[in-house]
Structures are given as structure tokens and as C-alpha cells.
Design a protein around this ligand. Structure first.
Ligand code: MTE
Length: 310
């Protein structure tokens, strides 16, 4: 348990943007605020979580980069379309329908959820299947805590997620780029894994609409498209749920979609990635197995052929 978080840093260890911290997104654990470091710094998690020792010199992208280069096809397929159009989306009131194999199904309001969850800050690598990447300081809670709140049943094997579909606020859904609404899924052990989070903020601010407000999934060892945005539905089930990109291009996108530098996309290499930011100094860096979270998650896939289950 002590080393569970070795791949997470606290934002205030790495960046002066801690000036943006807000009380709703970060409830506790502000010790160390203002310290600027990176390598070998100790991050104290918010709330009741354990302290973290990290030797990873991850440097987060700027808020500007994280909120201006996005994929959210409900608002268009251009990288700047979400920043341009997503503020048309109404995010309050917001309810998440939780159903299927749970003891306490229902419409959970965003406020109910926030009141019951412990909001933490975690800095994760984020790797898109298109071979670009960022480092993002998220605020949010563990998906497992929400599933436990809903009373997920032990016989459930998968969790399915669904994004809001509101054509009058989402210009992109008028085009049949994907079969709307956007849907995703995780195997139960992936969903319950402590690295899997529901993000509700970035840099201590509420999540911007273009990043999937008010809450979106973040699964840091998988390609970014698994991290479904603006979630309105969560269903516990005993069958593998359909997923948007797999339905659209089954040869190119599998259910698992674990970051794997050895398994190329049919149309491009996955061996390296372009780190967004730095302008002319943008770096191409090698892609890490499971996006650098191998120690934490490789065990989930022991004995599986990762070429067959891509
Ligand atoms: N969720 C929805 N609903 N619609 C989308 O188009 N795009 C996915 C994922 N979640 C997408 C989505 C893809 S391809 C990526 S790489 C990430 O969101 C991008 O997240 P970001 O824009 O916050 O970096």
C-alpha cells in the first residue's frame, strides 16, 4: 500500500500553477503548497490517502495546453473544436444514472456524488492512441468509491459508461462520425483499480467543458479514448459492453486498449509519442508499457495475449 502511488505527484510539487487551487476540488492535504521541485519530491495526497514518494520527474502541461488541444467529437473532430464549442453544454443540473447489477440504483446528482467522495489530486501521464501525450494534474475520486456507494454486486463483471447526448448543445453529433452516444467500458478489476479515477477538476479548478465536465473517467494506463467524458450513465453488467471506437473500427481499436509500445496501430507506430507543449522544443519520447504504470497494472493481464486482446 505504501508504494501504491509512486507514479503520482502532487501538483504543488511540480508547478507554480498551484495558485489555482480551489477549496471545492481540493479539500485537504495542502502541505507543501508552493514547493517547486519534481524529481525525488514527496507528494502528500489530499484527504485520507497515504503520502507518496516519487522519483518521477513528470512535468505537467500547462492549463492552456490541456484545455486547448482536445478530442471531444461531440463538438467536432478538430483539436480546437471542443475549446470553441463545448461551453454550449449545460452541466448543471447534472445527474448520473447508475443501474444494472447494483444494490442502490438511481439518479445520482453531481452534488450528491461530490459530497460523498474524497477529492484528491493526482498527476498522471495521458497518452492518446494518436501518439501524442500530456501530463495532467487531475482532481477527482476513485471510481471504486462511487461503485461501492452504489453497491456494485459481486456478480457484476464489467462497467459500462455513457456520455451525454444532447444534439442542440453538441454540434458534432449531427455528423455520423461515431454511433452516438459515446460509450465505453472497463472490466471490473480495471474499474476497481485504485489508479482508475473519475476526474472532476484540473489544476484545482472545476473540469472545463472541453475536458469532459462535470465528470469524466481517467484510466492512465489505457489510450485516452477509454477516458470517456461528461458521463451520464454507469451500468454494472455481466457481459463485456460495446465501446464506441471498437464498434466504429474493430480492426483498429480493441476493448482493452492498453498503452503498448510493442503493438502498433494498423496505420502507425505506437513505439513513441509526441509530448504536447514546448513549442519548437516539443519532444518525441519513447512510449512506456502500460503508459508507465506497468508495476501497478501488469498483474491485471497476467497470462493474457496482449496482441490478441489489444
Ligand atoms: N469522450 C467523449 N464523450 N467523446 C470523445 O470524442 N474522445 C476521447 C476521450 N474521451 C472522446 C471522449 C479521446 S480520443 C481522447 S484522446 C480523450 O478523451 C481526450 O481527452 P482530453 O481532450 O481531455 O485531453
Amino acid at each position: 500500500m505504501a508504494n501504491r502511488w509512486k507514479n503520482t505527484l502532487k501538483e504543488s510539487d511540480a508547478t507554480p500553477e498551484s495558485v489555482y487551487l480551489n477549496r471545492r476540488q481540493i479539500m485537504a492535504g495542502l502541505a507543501g503548497l508552493g514547493a517547486i521541485g519534481g524529481a525525488a519530491s514527496v507528494g502528500l495526497m489530499s484527504g485520507s490517502k497515504p503520502a507518496v514518494a516519487s522519483t518521477d520527474p513528470l512535468e505537467p502541461n500547462t492549463l492552456e495546453e490541456i484545455t486547448s488541444y482536445n478530442n471531444f467529437y461531440e463538438f467536432g473532430t478538430g483539436k480546437d473544436d471542443p475549446a470553441r464549442y463545448a461551453d454550449q453544454m449545460t452541466t448543471s443540473p447534472w445527474t448520473v444514472k447508475v443501474d444494472g447489477m447494483v444494490d442502490r440504483p438511481g439518479d445520482y446528482t453531481f452534488e450528491d456524488i461530490m459530497a460523498k467522495m474524497t477529492i484528491e489530486e493526482r498527476i498522471y501521464r495521458f497518452r492518446c492512441v494518436e501518439a501524442w501525450s500530456m501530463v495532467i494534474p487531475w482532481n477527482g475520486f476513485e471510481l471504486a468509491d462511487l461503485l461501492e456507494l452504489a453497491g456494485v454486486q459481486s456478480s457484476a463483471k464489467y462497467i459500462a459508461f455513457e456520455t451525454l447526448l444532447r444534439p442542440e448543445e453538441m454540434p458534432g453529433v449531427n455528423f455520423p462520425v461515431l454511433d452516438w452516444p459515446y460509450v465505453e467500458g472497463l472490466r471490473m478489476d480495471e474499474a476497481m483499480h485504485p489508479l482508475t479515477m473519475m476526474a472532476t477538476g484540473i489544476y484545482g479548478r472545476d473540469l472545463p467543458n472541453q475536458n469532459g465536465a462535470p465528470l469524466r473517467l481517467v484510466v492512465p494506463w489505457k489510450y485516452g479514448f477509454k477516458s470517456i467524458k461528461s458521463i451520464v450513465g454507469i451500468t454494472a453488467m455481466d457481459q463485456e459492453p460495446p465501446t464506441s471506437w471498437n464498434k466504429s473500427q474493430p480492426r483498429e481499436y480493441g476493448f482493452y486498449s492498453n498503452v503498448n509500445p510493442e503493438v502498433n496501430h494498423p496505420r502507425w507506430s505506437q513505439a513513441s509519442e509526441r509530448r504536447i507543449g514546448g513549442g519548437l522544443f516539443a519532444k518525441r519520447v519513447p512510449t512506456l508499457m502500460f503508459n508507465g504504470y506497468e508495476d501497478e497494472v501488469a498483474g491485471l493481464y497476467a497470462g493474457m495475449d496482449l496482441r490478441a486482446h489489444f
